[in-house]
Design a binder for this molecule. Structure first.
Ligand code: PEP
Ligand code: MN
Length: 296
């Protein structure tokens, strides 16, 4: 850890690990029914990049639940780099997500891009996802402060960890302490993968913050063949969970098909994780204390 970081986060008092939090648990656990994100369980959130149809979502929900996912993902409002790409089904997509929750019991996570949509999305979603392009949308973070739902905050693709924690602090100051941090890869000079998974971000964030940290290997890799290896790395480095894109037929997906797993691939990924998940969380997890001093 860069010794220059010592003390740097004391101003982020709502999200930083600044000694023992008097009268509060040492780590934040985001609870949804019997699922605790940041507790001993490793929580997998999975589903399509975008909700495309009832059939597509319901079949995916059943497949991921059967393979061990606890939370269903699916975008109804999509931030697309191209204006010509599929933009999402909006409220119709939210209704399909609700139906999937009723049928499978899975909690729902979906993205919110604009402060104007917070109220309607909070009616349907169990977790509000803030995407990489919105991490610095402070008007959105402000409104999410009082939305009454936990927020999964993705790291901006060009953000430092300090800027990431700053966005989390803004959200907490706006009144919402239920925050899950998500490392989803950052922009670097590398082109072999869509983004570069900053795996070191997991132990660093766990050292300086009490919030749960999860990894999105799908958007980091950009290609499905690399997703299982990155998922394994996330478990080994002490992440609290994963966010993974799964589609019944990735070749036909309206968004992010290249990085989406089909049902068999997702089941295999979950099976492959089991030996790593058998290592108790307190052994996998690194929440080292910041140490003062030492050379760069
Ligand atoms: C997504 O989860 O589908 C998404 C758009 O992610 P990101 O904001 O990380 O690009
Ligand atoms: Mn996506």
């Amino acid at each position: 850890m860069n010794p220059k970081w010592n003390g740097q986060f004391s101003c982020f008092d709502l999200v930083a690990r600044t000694g023992d939090r008097i009268g509060q648990p040492v780590h934040t656990v985001v609870s949804l029914g019997d699922v605790g994100i940041g507790a001993d369980d490793f929580v997998v959130m999975a589903g399509p990049c975008a909700v495309e149809s009832e059939r597509q979502l319901l079949s995916t929900a059943e497949a991921v639940a059967e393979a061990g996912a606890r939370i269903l993902r699916g975008g109804a409002y999509k931030p697309r780099s191209s204006p010509y790409s599929f933009q999402g089904l909006g409220v119709e997509g939210l209704k399909i997500l609700r139906k999937a929750r009723e049928q499978t019991g899975l909690a729902i996570i979906t993205e919110v891009m604009s402060e104007e949509d917070v109220e309607v999305i909070a009616e349907y979603a169990d977790i509000m996802q803030v995407g990489t392009r919105s991490m610095e949308n402070y008007a959105l973070l402000e409104v999410l402060g009082s939305c009454g739902r936990p927020v999964l905050l993705k790291r901006g693709m060009t953000s430092t960890l300090e800027e990431f924690l700053c966005a989390a602090q803004i959200l907490a100051m706006a009144g919402n302490p239920q925050i899950i941090l998500c490392e989803r890869g950052i922009r670097t000079f590398e082109t072999a993968t869509r983004n570069t998974l900053d795996i070191a971000a997991v132990p660093v964030l766990k050292t300086v913050s009490h919030l749960p940290v999860i990894v999105d290997p799908s958007h980091a890799a950009g290609v499905r063949s690399i997703v299982p290896a990155l998922a394994r790395a996330a478990v080994a480095v002490g992440a609290d969970g994963l966010l993974i894109e799964v589609h019944p037929c990735p070749e036909k997906a309206l968004s992010d098909g290249n990085q989406s797993l089909n049902f068999t691939e997702f089941r295999d990924l979950m099976d492959d994780l089991q030996p790593y998940l058998a290592i108790p969380q307190e052994k996998r997890e690194f929440r080292p204390r910041l140490v003062v001093g030492g050379a760069d």
